[in-house]
Write a protein that binds this ligand. Structure first.
Ligand code: CA
Ligand code: CA
Length: 365
């Protein structure tokens, strides 16, 4: 607009003054005077137009040299699905608490309240199983229907990057090829024999088991923990007073264990020389599988050599003076006598073997 105006003025100035110049050029010597006048007046007009131009431009919004990046609404963090509380728990009910990624946690069975005689009821056990004493569990809790599997433990490791004590330290005890020994490289991932994701996790120490329970508690909002020794025996007996929940005779129909000597043995329905997939044998009256045999299960309690002074309310003895804890239920490597519901084994909380596993409980009342 301004440029067009300038050109128009320039044209008028040249035509009018040009006419005057050519009209007088041959009569006077005022050519230079006229030219100077034209240049001066043109310059004056241009100056005025520049001022106007500047004022017009100053009212226009500046055009940014670089276009601004488009503002992107920040993505809001996806809200975790609220954990739906289970309205009512009833004995025998099986449930799974959801984890933060939406998958489901351990299969848990609600155990009824009750009272039982704990220890060497047949009188043929060890001094550590005496005296037989009554324990009353006046609260409902739920227990893992199965031993924690390798696949379940793998999920914990995948999310947290947790390293077991076997991995951080000098391995786990297993079959080295020449005999039983501790070997670097043996851990829950590889124990020297084939155990798939549906087998119980092994080579986990008491400390590893506690870390897993803590993670599951954080994931679900419920308190998952190791069972007390009393809770474990109550659940293993499931209302029975025999050596095993099915009777006083050991049987390969009901559990994965060894023969009369130590070592793996596959016999009859016990088709496994090493660990068996969890739930390969029938459940006890409370709905729990493999309480007897398959893998030892860490308990919360510290070791005491007998039941003198033992609590009668289902709680754990937790003085842990020597960092030694209980293992219950026997395993695939052991004779049936060590797989009795009353038998008590113990070892250091850092120890790990290819027959040591874990089962958890959670409070629901
Ligand atoms: Ca076996
Ligand atoms: Ca077991």
């Amino acid at each position: 607009m301004i440029l067009t105006l300038k050109m128009l003025i320039l044209g008028i100035v040249f035509i009018t003054s040009g006419g005057a110049v050519f009209g007088r050029i041959f009569r006077n010597n005022l050519v230079l005077e006229f030219l100077a006048g034209i240049v001066a007046s043109t310059a004056f007009i241009f100056l005025l137009l520049d001022i106007i131009d500047e004022r017009v431009e100053s009212r226009s919004p500046p055009t940014p040299a670089i276009s601004q990046p488009k503002f992107v609404e920040p993505k809001s963090n996806p809200k975790p699905e609220p954990i739906s509380p289970i309205a009512e728990y009833s004995p025998g009910q099986v449930f799974q608490h959801p984890l933060k990624d939406g998958s489901l946690g351990l299969k848990m069975v609600v155990i009824p309240k009750g009272s039982f005689r704990m220890g060497d009821i047949q009188g043929s056990g060890y001094e550590s199983e005496k005296p037989v004493h009554r324990v009353t569990i006046d609260y409902e809790f739920a227990m893992g229907k199965y031993e924690v599997t390798k696949g379940e433990f793998a999920q914990f490791v995948k999310v947290t990057g947790y390293q077991t004590e076997a991995e951080k330290g000098d391995g786990c005890y297993g079959w080295t090829g020449n005999g039983w020994g501790k070997k670097v490289g043996f851990n829950w991932r590889n124990v020297g024999f084939s155990n798939e994701n549906n087998h119980p996790v092994v080579c986990v120490s008491w400390n590893d088991a506690k870390a897993y329970a803590q993670w599951l508690s954080d994931q679900t909002g419920y308190e998952y923990r190791l069972p007390s020794e009393a809770e474990w025996e109550y659940a293993a007996r499931a209302g029975t007073e025999t050596k095993y929940w099915w009777g006083n005779e050991a049987s390969h129909k009901y559990m994965n264990y060894s023969g009369d000597s130590y070592g793996g043995l596959a016999k009859g329905q016990d088709k496994w020389k090493y660990t068996a997939p969890v739930g390969s044998f029938p459940a006890n009256p409370f709905g729990l599988h493999d309480m007897n045999g398959n893998v030892w299960e860490w308990n919360e309690d510290s070791w005491h050599s007998n039941y003198k002074g033992a609590p009668s309310d289902g709680s754990a003895r937790k003085d842990h003076k020597e960092n030694v804890s209980l293992l219950r239920g026997g395993s695939w490597y052991y004779k049936a006598n060590y797989c009795r519901s009353a038998f008590r084994n113990w070892y250091y909380q850092v120890s790990r073997y290819d027959s040591y596993g874990v089962r958890l409980v959670v409070l629901v009342s």
